[in-house]
Every structure is written in C-alpha cells, then in structure tokens.
Design a protein around this ligand. Sequence first.
Ligand SMILES: NC(=O)c1ccc[n+]([C@@H]2O[C@H](COP(=O)([O-])OP(=O)(O)OC[C@H]3O[C@@H](n4cnc5c(N)ncnc54)[C@H](O)[C@@H]3O)[C@@H](O)[C@H]2O)c1
Length: 342
Amino acid sequence: MLVTGGAGYIGSHTTRQLIDAGYELTVVDTLYSGHRWAIPEKVDFHQLDAGDVDGMARLLEKGQIEAVIHFAGHIVVPESVRNPAKYYRNNVIASMNLIGACRQSGVGLFVFSSSAAVYGNPEKVPVSEEMTTLPINPYGRTKLITEWNLRDVAASSQSSAGGAFRYIALRYFNVAGARFDGTLGQATPEATHLIKVACETALGKRDSLAIFGTDYDTPDGTCIRDYIHVEDLATAHLDALQYLADGGSSETLNCGYGRGYSVREVLATVRSVSGVDFPIIETARRPGDAPQLIADNRRILEVLGWLPQHDELKEICRTAWKWERRYQDHSPAAPVQSTELG
Ligand SMILES: NC(=O)c1ccc[n+]([C@@H]2O[C@H](COP(=O)([O-])OP(=O)(O)OC[C@H]3O[C@@H](n4cnc5c(N)ncnc54)[C@H](O)[C@@H]3O)[C@@H](O)[C@H]2O)c1
C-alpha cells in the first residue's frame, strides 16, 4: 500500500487505521502542509512529490505496491482563487503523473480524495452523485478534472495490455474532529475549516471568529454543512480498499452523514464543549458559499457497506477541542513527539 499525503490531516488518521489493520505501508509526502511527527517512525516514509514521475515509479516498482491512496494536494479554496496555477500543478498535473506512474508499474487499485466542492452550488440537497457537477472555484475544478482523468484511464485500461485499473473517488463533505485519544488531529497550517478555527478561537489563538452571512434561506440564516468525523472518513478508505481488492468496479461516492448543521449550531457546540464564550462577529456573505451542502450517502453505505460510528456533532467538536488543546501545549516545531504517536 502506498499513501500520498500521509503526513497531512486525513492521510495521517487513515495511515494509523491502516497500520492497526495490519497493512504494510509506504508513505510519500512533501511535508508542505503535513508533519513528519504525524506518521509513526516505523512507517517507510519518503519526502517526495507525488507528481515526481521517476521517483514515484521507482517506489511503485520496488515496493510491490498493490494499491495507492492519494490524499496529497493543496486544499485552501481562497488560495486556489488567488493562485490557480499552483492548484492545477499540484492537484491536476501531479495526480495525472501519479496515475500514469501507477499504470506504468502495473498498480491497478487507486483511492482518490475528491471533494463535495465538485458540486458547486447544488440546486437541491441532499446532493447525490448523479447530480450536476459545476464547481465554482479552481480547487473544485482540479478535483473534478482528476475524477475525469481516473474515469478515462480506468475505461481505457479494460482494453489495454497494462492490466485493469480500478478506482474509488471519495467526495468528502466537511471533515472535522480528531483521534479519540487526543494524539492526532488537524495541524494543517492556515486551515479554514469552521470547527478547527472555532477551537483555535476558543484557545485565544485568534481574536474572534466571523460568520459569513446570516441571511441565507436556512432556519437560522447561516450556511448548513454535513460534518463528518475524520475517523469515520478514514474507515471509508479501508472499506474502499477492501471493495477494490474484492474485485469491485470503479465508483465515485459521497462521503458524509446525510444531515447538516448550521454555522450557528456548530459554534454553539464548540462553545459548549470548550466552555469558552469566544467572540463571534457576524459579517456579510462570502462569494461562492452554497447555502446548504449535505450528502446523499445511500450509495457509499450500499456499495462499500460503510458503517459510520461517530455521527454526532458534539463528539466531533469534543475530539477537535481535545486535540487543539493538546497541540497548543507542545512546541509548534514538534507539537507531539512521534513516540507519543506510537
Ligand atoms: N479537509 C477537508 O475537509 C477535505 C475536504 C474535501 C477533500 N479533501 C481532500 O483530502 C486530501 C487531504 O486533505 P487534508 O485535509 O488532509 O489536507 P492536508 O494539507 O492536511 O494534507 C495534505 C498532505 O499532502 C501533502 N502534499 C501536498 N502536495 C503534495 C505532493 N505533490 N506530493 C506529496 N505530498 C503532498 C501535504 O504536505 C500534506 O501532508 C486533499 O486532497 C484534499 O483536497 C479534504
């Protein structure tokens, strides 16, 4: 198994679950936004760009790799608007190179981190996989292009000598939370995720938190999102691998719980679990925010047999808060020693 972006937030949680399940792993990460301490020392780690064709080909051929999980990418939506080329290079071209290296090396199973951002502003919720994909920012477009690339490569592989290539693209909704023992959580620099930012504000790392828009056509006027616990999301990757290994066909699947919470509900929950009444400022809408994004998750439940276990906002916020406090208590250069991470 090879994991790209395994030192990042979702990649590190999945790496832990893969190790616990007995997989032998190679992890590749540039450490651009990930951390070496997030990967246990015993893991075969390479500080390498997933789009480095020669480097990846060497690893894939040497390591008798059967499957790749591709988390690596840039993820900050506003930055993708300011600097689209950076996103097209890292999310599209690097992914294309990696998929090409897999084909060359005969690696036929691939799991890809896609995003609900491919839907843009959906005309209705919950959003199902068949609904129109019309991303409204470069980040979402880079994810959709890679989905198309995977689909075309998988289709062409059926009639090529290079062996079959099958994939699962998981369209994550809003990922949040942390490992229950508090040893792993989101440490992505400049994270823009609501629960992460709320926890940072509760800790005093930020002066206040802004709500962008309170006049949406939702019950309390703020945007509604489908928050999924990172540990459930990690499990979906293990399920996807098992499904592909059992001969399952390529699929694109929503990964969310199928219910949403408003910004106000989330902030009230973070205030309650942290016990801190941190300052909240109400400001104007941001361009490009859909009023509601909720997954229709029937397909992933049916196809992968995925069994989410942590579908509770309070639990998501409690684990995020526990992690944030622990992260704060360690030096920024080495927030949690890898020995502590097991
Ligand atoms: N966090 C979310 O809410 C969310 C939602 C939808 C989709 N996703 C997708 O999930 C994936 C993981 O996101 P995350 O939240 O863990 O972000 P993250 O920034 O914490 O992790 C990304 C990791 O990839 C590494 N990386 C980036 N480019 C690389 C490259 N070319 N080669 C090797 N390593 C590289 C980074 O150093 C980092 O460790 C991304 O592809 C992201 O687009 C995340």
